[in-house]
Design a protein around this ligand. Structure first.
Ligand SMILES: C[S@@+](CC[C@H](N)C(=O)[O-])C[C@H]1O[C@@H](n2cnc3c(N)ncnc32)[C@H](O)[C@@H]1O
Length: 223
């Protein structure tokens, strides 16, 4: 699943044919996407900075009898792989919004992809930044400047940041992709489907029917 709008890779094939392909998932969390890719014939590697999330992934892998992805603990900022290791790379809301230097992540993905390889990543749609994170009517009023790149941060009682999310405008994302030497082939903005009546965090039918929540950037490394 690429996003809360329910866009499924099995339906949209943004990665193309995955059978026999080596695929890196960045910010895999408990690795539902890597596990799906492995079960569909890919040689999948799920990478995440959080050992806790990877432990959830490992438990899910052990509970299943199907083909398993490899799981790697590392930061997307410094990928522990040789140049041109992967045919494809993907991310569903993993890592990219949580690093200060997302341009560096684009360069790292370009480095580890083979020529002609695709890089597809989903993030919050940049225009969501201007609205409060509220699934109800309060989440429909623009209050936060689109051009303010100050990260959103939450802190524990000792002042240690426990959650940091970085905003990039659409133009920032395009410049980071192109600046890394990648070709941007599409930006998918999934519709809110009529059948989806569930609220989840800031995601709701009310907001989803008015403006996009997700942007999926589809890129290719030139041959
Ligand atoms: C919103 S979760 C998405 C998880 C997964 N993609 C999914 O669809 O369930 C974001 C993930 O990104 C990971 N992450 C955050 N910063 C990272 C970094 N610098 N490098 C790698 N992973 C990171 C977090 O640990 C978390 O598991």
């Amino acid at each position: 699943m690429w996003c809360p709008e329910g866009l499924h890779e099995g339906d949209v094939h943004l990665l193309g044919d995955v059978v026999g392909k080596s695929i890196l998932e960045i910010g895999c969390g408990s690795a539902p996407c890597s596990r799906w890719l492995a079960s569909h014939g890919a040689r999948a590697v799920g990478l995440d900075i959080s050992m806790g999330m990877l432990a959830h992934g490992r438990r899910a892998v052990s509970a299943s009898t199907g083909p398993a992805p490899s799981l790697v603990q590392a930061s997307a900022e410094v990928l522990p792989f040789a140049d041109a290791t992967f045919d494809l790379a993907c991310s569903a809301f993993g890592a990219v919004p949580f690093v200060a230097d997302s341009a560096g992540v684009m360069r790292e993905v370009h480095r580890v992809l083979r020529p002609g390889g695709r890089w597809v990543f989903a993030v919050n749609h940049p225009m969501r930044w201007v609205f409060p994170d509220d699934p109800g009517p309060a989440g429909l009023t623009a209050t936060i400047p689109y051009f303010d790149r100050t990260p959103y941060a939450e802190f524990d009682p000792d002042g240690v940041a426990t959650y940091v999310e970085h905003h990039r405008t659409i133009g920032d994302r395009v410049r980071e992709i192109v600046g890394a030497g990648l070709i941007l082939t599409d930006i998918v903005e999934p519709d809110w489907p009529e059948w989806l009546d569930r609220e989840w965090g800031q995601w709701s039918p009310l907001r989803g029917q008015i403006f996009p929540g997700t942007a999926i950037f589809c890129c290719e490394k030139p041959r």
